[in-house]
Write a protein that binds this ligand. Structure first.
Ligand code: TYD
Length: 134
């Protein structure tokens, strides 16, 4: 199947004072946000993530700098560049993801539909294939 995850544009609200962008639950993110975290100060050359989820839906945006997200749903793989505060990646639970090529100034903001639960992670690729592969 096609990847469920998708990139959406956040409308930029700007005037002579500068820019502003808004993310609202169930309006431009298709879930209720229960948790927010951000990844920053990432060391050069680091690749992180390497998991999928059972139920957590997420939305990722580089509010500063840039990084690339590799997505894999077993049948399809793609790399998505997040290089603007207006690019929001809706990341569905069944897409294995890895983040890489972080710029030194990257602040990757993540909104999540569920509170942190280690049990919701699928960190073993073979298990990922068992859960989501055909
Ligand atoms: P980790 O899952 O390794 O990050 P990633 O897979 O994106 O590279 O998270 C790093 C640490 O932070 C790990 O010990 C789990 C912890 N953590 C929380 O306690 N709460 C959270 O919401 C997240 C995302 C991570």
């Amino acid at each position: 199947p096609v990847l469920n995850s998708r990139l959406i544009d956040i409308q930029e609200l700007g005037d002579e004072r500068g820019m502003l962008a808004v993310i609202e639950s169930n309006i431009n993110v298709p879930f209720e946000t229960k948790r927010i975290f951000y990844i920053y100060g990432t060391a050069e050359g680091v690749r992180r993530g390497f998991h999928a989820h059972h139920k957590t839906r997420q939305a990722l945006v580089c509010v500063s700098g840039k990084c690339t997200v590799f997505l894999d749903n077993i049948e399809r793989k793609t790399d998505i560049l997040l290089d603007s505060p207006t690019k929001l990646l809706i990341l569905e639970p069944n897409d294995w993801h890895e983040m890489y090529d972080f710029s030194a100034d990257c602040v990757l903001l993540v909104l999540a539909s569920h509170l942190y639960d280690p049990e919701d992670y699928i960190r073993d690729y073979n298990q990922f294939r068992e859960v989501y592969g055909g």
